[in-house]
Design a protein around this ligand. Structure first.
Ligand SMILES: [Zn+2]
Length: 416
């Protein structure tokens, strides 16, 4: 009869619980720390979890757990998943989400945490011990779930160009998130300022001039974008990870953010209901989600197996907020309807070439150039070569996606 190897866990209020983790020395010695944590999470009582169930961490899948809880707590998305008739391409993922959401919906107190194994399989995640980017997976899941299921996150961005003689042209692209640059390292940075900067006009002069169809020539161009179709859920991706070309690593900007509970855009007002947080560095860290329940209006912190009540005051000067989700709440009065002039005029601290990414072709995105000048030149060539073709590939979402792809290069960290 071998010895039983046990671990004593001390709870938040000092209560102790002893858990068997192995029945032989060999088994104990062969248990990794991550496996041990997983075992403990499975065996710990969940009575402190309130009305919601946690998700098991399958290794280092906190990025996925935070994302899945946000999607589950997005009422219209949950409804689409539970009721929808997925198309062939999205069937596997949507049925895995459906099973997961059904389990999460049975929220009896003390219920065990739910496994995400089927979703991991449907997403073809090979290594569950490798941390990934939560925003990348948020967009990936929406893409793979298909346009019907993900519709509530979908909006249209209008990219508007005005040449020096006043000729106006535009193209539209769809988006599922808006990347917000953080122009300070010290903070506190106001998210509203980041949103204003995103929609501010950019002057493209000199080598950055764009082609005007009417003039049939290159010209100094005023460029800006505005939301043409407002999404039901607006996702703001805070660009905390910036690639440092001197040190060849991603550097995290941990400046404190003032996250507004309400966001007023020219045609709609939005209310914050979910935040994905990241703590630690790019190469190892931890994701959690703070979410306001649409059932009881209380804020909960979803941290893998643990779900605890929290409050929105956590969002003041947040150094961890990474993805913000706002739900459309109303329409403004008619007199506030769209005007010809842009609503925001903010002085820019650096060239905003990221705005131009939506116009890039797939090939150009894949061969992402390393300098902003190269981006602009690529776009100029594209415009000159095919001035009349409608843009099909662009979106603010793909813009964010392209940046995230870069984020993932060189990543080797693990987290829980
Ligand atoms: Zn012109």
């Amino acid at each position: 009869m071998g010895r039983i190897y046990q671990v004593t866990v001390i709870g938040m209020e000092g209560e102790k619980k002893t858990i068997d983790v192995a029945t032989s020395e060999e088994e104990f010695n062969n248990t990794t720390v991550l496996e041990l944590k997983k075992k403990l999470a499975e065996k710990l009582p969940q009575e402190a979890s309130g009305p919601y169930r946690g998700l098991l961490n399958q290794g280092a899948t906190c990025y996925l757990n935070a994302t899945l809880q946000v999607l589950f707590m997005t009422k219209p998305f949950r409804q689409r998943v539970l009721q929808g008739a997925p198309s062939d391409t999205s069937e596997k993922l949507v049925s895995a989400l459906k099973e997961l959401f059904k389990e999460l919906s049975s929220q009896d107190r003390g219920a065990q945490s739910v496994s995400t194994k089927e979703v991991i399989k449907a997403l073809a995640i090979q290594n569950v011990y490798e941390q990934q980017d939560a925003v990348e997976y948020f967009l990936d899941i929406l893409e793979k779930a298909g346009p019907d299921v993900a519709e509530v996150f979908s909006g249209t961005m209008r990219n508007i160009r005005v040449c020096s003689k006043g000729h106006k042209s535009y193209d539209d692209s769809s988006f599922k998130s808006i990347p917000i640059a953080l122009n300070t390292r010290d903070g506190p940075f106001r998210v509203e300022d980041g949103v204003q900067s995103y929609f501010a006009s950019t002057q493209l002069v000199g080598d950055d001039q764009m082609y005007c169809e009417t003039c049939d020539d290159k010209s100094d161009t005023t460029w800006r974008c505005e939301i043409h179709q407002y999404p039901t859920i607006l996702a703001l991706h805070l660009k905390r990870f910036v690639y440092d070309y001197r040190s060849y690593v991603f550097v995290k900007n941990e400046c404190p953010l003032d996250v507004p509970l309400y966001l007023s855009l020219p045609e709609h007002r939005y209310s914050l209901y979910a935040v994905i947080n990241h703590s630690g560095s790019r190469y190892g860290g931890h994701y959690t989600a703070d979410i306001r329940s649409f059932t009881d209006n209380k804020w909960y912190c979803f941290n893998d197996s643990y779900v605890t009540e929290t409050s929105a005051s956590k969002l003041e000067k947040s150094v961890a907020a990474y993805l913000l989700l706002y739900q459309k709440i109303d329409s403004p009065p008619a007199y506030e309807k769209r005007k010809e002039t842009p609503k925001f005029h903010v002085a820019l601290m650096e060239p905003r070439t990221e705005h131009l990414l939506p116009s890039l072709t797939e090939r150009q995105r894949r061969t992402a150039p390393s300098s902003s000048v190269a981006w602009v030149e690529d776009i100029k060539e594209e415009k000159t070569a095919k001035p009349r073709e409608p843009e099909e590939t662009g979106s603010a979402e793909q813009c964010a996606g392209a940046h995230n792809k870069q984020h993932l290069q060189g990543k080797d960290g693990e987290a829980n």
